[in-house]
Every structure is written in C-alpha cells, then in structure tokens.
Write a protein that binds this ligand. Structure first.
Ligand SMILES: C=Cc1c2[nH]c(c1C)Cc1[nH]c(c(CCC(=O)O)c1C)Cc1[nH]c(c(C)c1CCC(=O)O)Cc1[nH]c(c(C)c1C=C)C2
Length: 641
C-alpha cells in the first residue's frame, strides 16, 4: 500500500503530550462549540468515553441541529415531510460507515428509508440544457445492452449538452500533465477540467454537479481539494488511469474513513447490525429517515440527555477563548447567555440551561464545530483583515497576504489563518406540495442547472430542482424490506433551490422574500417542465452562508491553520466541521468522531490485523493527530480492497 499524497504538515511530528497523559490519569473535561451535526456527533462520542467527566455544549441559538431541519406537515390525505437542508445521505463504502454506525448506535436503524441503486431516483439524473431536460447516460436495466448503447450514442451525438464531450474523452490522454515541480500547485475546478477536457465539459456538466453539491462557482473552487483523487491520476491520462484502476480493482481510499470506523464507539446494538449496515451500503444509493434527517439530530439529543454528562449552554455568546498561558493550563471560555427561553420542542427538558448573564468555564479540550467565520468572530469580534492574493514566483503556488486592519486584542496566528476559510454560499430552498400525484414529466432524482444555461432560461438563478417524492420512498433496511415512505399523502413534493454563487456579494435586503421566492419557483417550474398547477403547501427557507466554499489553495491554508491552532492552544483546541473537509452529513459525522477521539488525544492507533488498520503500513506512530484539524483530505492510499 502506498500513501498517495501526504503533505508534510498533515503528517506532522510527534510532540511530548505531558498534559494529555495527565488528563488520561485524572479524566478530562471538554467543550464543544456549535450544536450542528458535527458538534452533536463530537459531544456524543465524548460522552461515550468513561474518562471524559463533563462535556459542555455551547450553542448560540436556541435550536440544535444546525441546518439539518425537517418539518412534517398535515395535508389532505395524510402528511408530507419537507426538508430545509440536507435530505438524502449517500451510501458509499467506506465513507458512510461511521454515519451508519452512529445511526445504529442511536437505535435509529429501523427508521431508515433506503433508495435502491436500481430505483428511478438513483438511475435517472437530469441536467436542464439549454431548454429541456437531458438524462445523464447510465444503463437502464429495463433495456437490452444494445439498446442502452444505441441510446447513449444518440444522446452523445444529438444533445447540445454533450457537445465536445466525445473528442474530449478521446484525446484527454494525449494532454500534457502537470510538471512534477507544480504538483502541489492548486487551480480552480474550471481550470483543471478545461485543461484536461475542454471548457464545454466544465460549463455544461461539471458546473451542474458542483451546483448540486456546493451551490458553488467552478471558477472559485479548489480542484486540489474537491477533485484531489481524480487530479492525482492525470499523469498518463485521468480516464485511462480510471479505467485501468477499475480493471485492476485498485481503489483510492481516504485514511480518515478508516480512522473514523476504528474510533467510533460501537454499541452492542450497532455490532448486531453490522450485516444490515453492509447490506444498506451495497444495495442503496442513498438513505434518509422516515421523519426526515432531523431524526438524526433528535436521536443525538436524546442520547446526550441520557448520558447525564452534558451541559447544554444555549443562546450562548462566547465572548473570549484565549490561548492558555502555558501547556499545562486548560482553555478558559468566557460566555454570555441571554435568558434561555427556548421555543424548540427538543429543549423542553434540557439538562442544564444557564439563565444567568455571564459565565466562565475551564475545559481541558475545546472542539470548535462552528464555521471558520464564526470561530474567527469568537476569537476576536473586532478583528478585520485585508487579504490580497500574491503569487509565489518560484512555484506559482497561490498565497495570500494578510494585513490586520483592526483588532481588540493581540492577533493569534490561528485567527489570521481562519480568514482564508471564510467563503460560503447562500441557498434559497423552496418546498412545494401539489395534490396531483402525476405532475412530473419524467421519473427521477430531479435536475441540475449548469452555469451555461442562457439567462432567458434561468433568470431566477436556479441551481436545481429535486423531485422530492421520489427520494422519500424506498425500502426499509430491515427484513422483509417492505416499501416505506416519508409521506402518507399521495401528491407530488418538489424542492427548488436558487442562489448559491450567483448571489455572492448580495446583502440581506437583496435576497427574495417568501412570496417572491415562491413566485420565482413557480415561474421556473412552468418554463422548465410545464407545471402550472397551484401548490397546496409552500414553505421557503433562506439558508444563509450555509455551504462553505473551498477556494484554490484551501488545502495549504488548512494545513497552516491546523498548525497555528496546535501551537497557539498547545494541542487543546480541535477544529472540525464543514468549513474544512467535506460539506455532507457523512463528512461532518466523520469529522466529529475524529475530533472527539484522536483530536483530543484519546484514541491510540494500533497495528491490528486485517484490512481495517491501513495505517499499519505507514509511520503512524509519528502521526500527531491531537489539536488543530484532525481530518486530512490528503491522507489517501491505494488499496485493492
Ligand atoms: C440543501 C442544499 C444542499 C446543496 N448541497 C448540499 C446541500 C445540503 C450538500 C450536498 N449535496 C450533495 C452532496 C454530495 C453527497 C453527500 O455527501 O451527501 C452534498 C455534500 C448531493 C446532492 N445534491 C442534491 C441532493 C438531493 C443530493 C444528495 C443525493 C444524491 O446525490 O442523490 C440536490 C441539491 N443540493 C443543492 C442543490 C442546489 C441541489 C439541486 C438540485 C445544494
């Protein structure tokens, strides 16, 4: 096995862990800042550690769960579940294992709905271009091999969406690859795809996919971070290497997935479920919950309550969290809570709510699970920086010059480095329910809208439309695997998403309000797929700065930030969450687990038998995973398994 790409920083050195050893002897306390999915998972994992005596979970709002939010709405003939954030979770091996173990640990396995790899929602994915839906080529199991090949060839020849794709595929292998001295130079996704294929592939296909994941602009997104595994194959041709690897059964794996599987607590319930978990991964393309993804949040909250070790400080505003004076000292967190009146149904009986004004607590470890801008605001709300791009003349690598414009205290390196992680897109989510069950022109997942669609076809800045009824129905994961659905009402549920990078730089007052958003959604559906019916239920949610954007240079700035946090806070501050390594629910769960185990110095790696300890092939005894950012997207290795 070969470690494909590990920057020195993320391999980092060993250091004396005097304070960690002391903590291990007497037990330790921890704080988690932010009660989104990363923070809740981290708090849950800490609560499983008998050595962890107390966990304080700080949340600035009165609601837990971040942007995982579902609502069950009564309608004529039953109920429908609307999602305002993530809705379906990807089932992939081994990336979804930590999440599925967590689900089982929480006793929620029976609550899953799995969407089979052979279902229309998994097979039929569409892109709208330039004025109609185009199905992305994938074998249709109801047709013969010859019919599938004919259909695919026809689509590639006839559809403007695929213009330039065939020559791009044929000649990709002949394009020069990056010279070795520029191996670690980052570029945008658009630059990489244009360099290897052509700009039509970037604009028509790749921009659509990136709308569906990041709501982002491929000119502003890091190829190294987001397409790292693929980009590493460019020597000799990306496609050639992909085909060869597939024929030879070689896979590129992320060590983090294995680290998380190794670290996550497995209750007897989840161990009993192992076979079922692997069955879900094999058969399903995605999964969700009967009452929406919020069920995961509720399961975590119930478990935290039952642990009796967790204090939840809601409505909290952390006013300072300065580095300790020396390595032996804990981190002091000063906070202020408004009168903790909660409206959330989950908080009717919180473990402990501080209703006072100011408080100070010391913690042996702090896990920050908030976004980079939110953490920056905690460290110094008055700090303002001017960031300018500079080119490293020798290596052409992107670098940034940071100048402090204002501050209220001495600026730490951590605070400076956080500034480079501050971009995020805002998405308007519109959920519509129609009584008519036969409204859609095609069966499938929905459609994405690439940036190349002419303005007249997309004046609303739409990113994509989800035929949400299709992904709300599936199989129970438990034998005899009956069909289950989120919705008992028979109509059609559609979600429309707008904005994203198209709204970069907009002010609050520029965003559409509820009425305007519904009007925009309806006019888009009419133009694109001819829907003129009036919906019976409409719900909108503006998700502000919800999806972090990994801009070129992200990996390098993550490495710098990780080291700064390790040094400034003597390994006691751990950073996790979607600002760093992955915006999906599975990514956040993995980061929460890694932070609450290796990140706080509580889980030692051992060279056990079998496939599940890939680190034993590397110098894992020298990996210092404590403090800073525990996750490392460059810890990739090649495996035959
Ligand atoms: C609510 C808006 C979101 C958009 N992207 C994400 C969210 C939560 C995050 C996201 N979406 C997908 C992924 C990759 C797979 C994963 O790790 O879960 C991530 C990280 C893929 C995806 N995009 C859409 C759906 C329904 C899915 C998941 C399931 C699948 O691939 O089958 C739809 C969608 N999401 C966004 C837009 C604009 C959009 C449009 C149709 C933004």
């Amino acid at each position: 096995m070969r470690l494909l790409c590990a920057s020195n920083g993320l391999r980092s050195r060993q250091r004396p862990l005097v304070s960690a050893i002391r903590c291990q002897q007497r037990g330790y306390t921890a704080a988690v800042i932010g009660a989104g999915i990363t923070g809740l998972t981290a708090a849950w994992q800490l609560a499983q550690d008998p050595q962890c005596s107390k966990i304080t979970l700080y949340e600035k709002s009165s609601r837990l769960g971040g942007w995982l939010q579902s609502e069950t709405i009564p309608v004529d003939g039953g109920e429908v579940v609307f999602e305002y954030g993530p809705r379906t979770l990807r089932s992939a091996m081994p990336a979804s294992l930590p999440l599925l173990y967590l689900v089982s640990n929480l006793g929620l396995f029976d609550e899953l709905i799995t969407t089979s790899r052979r279902s229309p929602a998994a097979l039929n994915r569409y892109i709208y271009y330039p004025d109609h839906l185009v199905r992305l080529p994938s074998p249709d199991p109801s047709l013969s091999f010859i019919q599938n090949v004919q259909n695919m060839a026809k689509a590639l020849m006839d559809e403007p969406l695929f213009e330039g794709l065939v020559p791009a595929i044929l000649f990709e292998g002949t394009k020069p690859s990056r010279p070795p001295d520029l191996w670690d130079k980052d570029e945008s996704i658009a630059q990489f795809i244009t360099r290897r294929f052509n700009h039509k592939v970037a604009d028509n296909l790749v921009s659509a996919v990136m709308h569906g994941i990041y709501a982002g602009d491929i000119d502003q997104m890091s190829a190294q971070m987001i397409l790292g595994g693929i980009r590493n194959l460019e020597d000799g041709g990306v496609l050639y290497n992909l085909v060869m690897n597939s024929l030879l059964g070689k896979k590129t794996r992320s060590m983090d997935d294995f680290l998380a599987v190794n670290a996550i607590t497995k209750t007897p319930e989840s161990v009993n479920r192992t076979e079922d978990i692997f069955r879900v991964i094999k058969k399903a393309s995605t999964f969700t919950f009967k009452r929406g993804t919020q069920q995961l949040v509720e399961g975590l909250i119930d478990s935290l309550r039952a642990s009796k070790k967790v204090n939840m400080v809601l409505n909290s505003n952390i006013t300072s969290m300065d580095p300790p004076d020396n390595p032996g000292h804990p981190i002091k967190v000063n906070f202020h809570t408004r009168l903790a009146v909660t409206t959330s149904e989950h908080l009717a009986d919180p473990l402990q709510i501080y209703t006072g004004t100011n408080g100070v607590q010391s913690h042996d470890h702090v896990i920050s699970a908030v976004s980079a801008p939110a953490l920056s605001n905690i460290l110094d709300p008055k700090a303002r920086f001017k960031i300018s791009e500079v080119r490293d003349p020798e290596r052409g690598r992107l670098a940034y010059d940071l100048q402090v414009q204002s501050r209220s205290k001495p600026v730490t390196e951590t605070l400076k480095r956080l500034q480079l992680h501050c971009g995020a897109t805002t998405v308007m989510v519109v959920n519509l329910y129609y009584q008519n069950p036969n409204l859609l022109p095609v069966e499938g997942f929905g459609y994405l809208i690439p940036r190349s669609v002419p303005y007249e076809q997309n004046p609303e800045c739409g990113l994509g439309v989800i035929f949400a009824s299709a992904s709300s129905v599936g199989e129970s994961p438990v034998a005899p695997y009956p069909t289950v659905s989120q919705d008992s009402a028979p109509g059609t549920k559609i979600t429309i998403m707008f904005g994203g990078h198209y709204w970069d730089g907009w002010k609050k007052e520029d965003y559409p309000d509820h009425k305007t958003a519904v009007r925009m959604a309806r006019s888009m559906l009419k133009r694109h797929i001819g829907i003129t019916d009036a919906p019976t239920v409409v719900r909108t949610r503006l998700q502000e700065n919800a999806i972090p954007q990994y801009k070129p240079g992200h990996l390098n700035s993550m490495y710098q930030l990780s080291h700064a946090a390790k040094n400034d806070y003597y390994g006691r501050l751990v950073l996790a969450g979607n600002s760093f390594n992955g915006v999906g629910v599975g990514d956040c769960v993995r980061q929460g687990i890694l932070a609450a185990t290796y990140g706080v110095g509580r889980h030692a790696l051992r060279a056990g038998p079998g496939l599940w300890c890939p680190w034993k092939e590397f110098d894992f005894r020298n990996w210092d995973l404590r403090g800073g950012i525990t996750t490392a997207p460059v810890r990739l290795f090649e495996s035959k398994a």
